[in-house]
Design a protein around this ligand. Structure first.
Ligand code: HEM
Length: 414
């Protein structure tokens, strides 16, 4: 659909769109909320439609093998098929009852209490990273803070020794492409990714095999112990869960911290407010960054039973796209949606009803941990460097589709 203005061009591969997708989203949500992409895929941008799809897991599947089963050939939603065979499929790409069974077992390890207990350690890691740049004229907020923090946290959760972290950073970077549609990933990278899946799995297998009983408890021990009504994770399920945690938990959190620092430095009035009340505002800052500039831009599902959403019919077998970045600025739900306002959550308790962590049965399992890391990293950064300023007004975005994050972010510190 178009108006009397220019047609809306929604092209996630375009570098200009990557730099600032929000003017396009703003038009989509207002003028063309069920947009048909050039591939014929329906892209939903209204919050109500997006939540209707994500809530309805009976009609909208996360398992992209369903597109094949129904016999409709679509562009695949993700690289899931190419990196896993059926037994190694992580539950992010499963439907109930398998999803329910695995998520319940993994939940036994990911309790809010277990994640909350990591807060002091996250603070320590952030302090170490900021100590390393203290006294310098500038830092790269991605390489010096946003990137190393989440990988260290995940490695500690899984009991990976510190000396192996550099290997994890490499795997994580390669594996992040599994969240993008395969057609946008060059064949060499797809091969590298398959290898990284195999290598990281083999690494976890050995790590588990050589674990002694004397280790302090961590998430991996909890996953190994997780048992309910006689049901346990098999070795393959455990390994695919570890790889999924690395993929789902690392590059996403990098971008929460990176996008957060960029938005704070671009909005000096908001930065000043944050500096006045850092403890109180930190959780609100994180929610506003997640709403305003979400690290995961797209979600996808396969319709498995003909239905209607947003006044449009969706056939069984159709892949549908959810534009999280657009839904998070839906004017029906967020007042003045294009304004970055870190006190929004103080006035409006519904301000955290954004879709940055998804919605429904696949709602992000690591959300409490991502929030802890975001709060501590952003608060500590603004407290430590009150004169921080952007050295590059237009930092480069990484060439990814699903994830939105910066290649680097040069920040002056004095
Ligand atoms: C800011 C950081 C993060 C963002 C924006 C994010 C976003 C998301 C989103 C949108 C989903 C839903 C996907 C869907 O509907 O298909 C999801 C699921 C998931 N996330 Fe996160 N995530 C973040 C951090 C983490 C962390 C730190 C972990 C683990 C340590 C994690 C683990 C997972 C897992 C295991 C799932 C799959 C849940 C399921 O299928 O039931 N995430 N995440």
């Amino acid at each position: 659909m178009t108006t009397d203005q220019q047609p809306i061009i929604f092209n996630p591969l375009d570098p200009a769109f990557r730099e600032n997708p929000y003017p396009v989203y703003s038009r989509l949500v207002r003028e063309d909320p069920v947009h048909i992409t050039p591939f014929g895929v329906k892209a939903f941008s209204r919050l109500t439609d997006a939540t209707a799809i994500l809530r309805d897991h009976k009609r909208f599947s996360s398992d992209d093998r369903n597109a094949g089963l129904i016999g409709v050939q679509q562009e695949r939603s993700s690289g899931a098929d190419s990196i896993v065979n059926d037994e190694d499929r992580p539950f992010l790409f499963m439907d109930p009852p398998d999803h329910k069974r695995l998520r319940r077992l993994v939940n036994l390890a990911f309790t809010p209490r277990a994640l909350e207990s990591m807060r002091p350690r996250v603070q320590q890691l952030v302090d170490e990273l900021l100590d390393a740049v203290e006294g310098k004229d500038e830092m790269d907020a991605i390489a010096d803070l946003a990137y190393p923090l989440p990988v260290s946290v995940i490695c500690e959760m899984l009991g990976v020794p510190r000396q192996d972290e550099p290997q994890f950073r490499i795997w994580s970077r390669i594996l992040a492409s599994s969240l993008d549609p395969d057609i946008t990933v060059p064949p060499e990278l797809q091969k590298e990714r398959e290898q990284a899946v195999l290598d990281s799995r083999e690494y976890f297998r050995e790590l588990i095999a050589r674990r002694g009983d004397d280790r302090p408890p961590d998430i991996l021990s909890a996953l190994l112990a997780a048992e309910e009504e006689g049901d346990k994770l098999s070795e393959r399920e455990l390994l695919s869960t570890c790889t999924m945690i690395l993929i789902a938990g690392h590059e996403t959190t990098v971008n929460l911290i990176g996008n957060g620092i960029l938005q704070l430095l671009r909005h000096p009035d908001q930065l000043a407010k944050f500096q006045e009340r850092p403890e109180v505002l930190a959780p609100h800052v994180v929610e506003e960054v997640l709403r305003f500039d979400p690290p995961v831009q797209f979600d996808g599902r396969i319709c498995i039973e003909k239905t209607e959403v947003g006044g449009v019919t969706i056939e069984a077998g159709e892949f549908v796209m959810i534009l999280i970045g657009a839904a998070n600025r839906d004017p029906e739900h967020f007042e003045d949606p294009d304004t970055f306002d870190i006190t929004r959550g103080e006035r409006d308790s519904a301000a955290d009803r954004h879709l940055a962590f998804g919605f429904g049965i696949h709602f992000c399992l690591g959300a409490p941990l991502a929030r802890i890391e975001g709060e501590i990293a952003l608060r500590s950064f603004v407290q430590r460097f009150p004169n921080a300023r952007l050295l590059d007004e237009r930092p480069q975005y990484r060439a990814q589709i699903t994830l939105r994050g910066l290649e680097n972010l040069r920040v002056g510190l004095k």
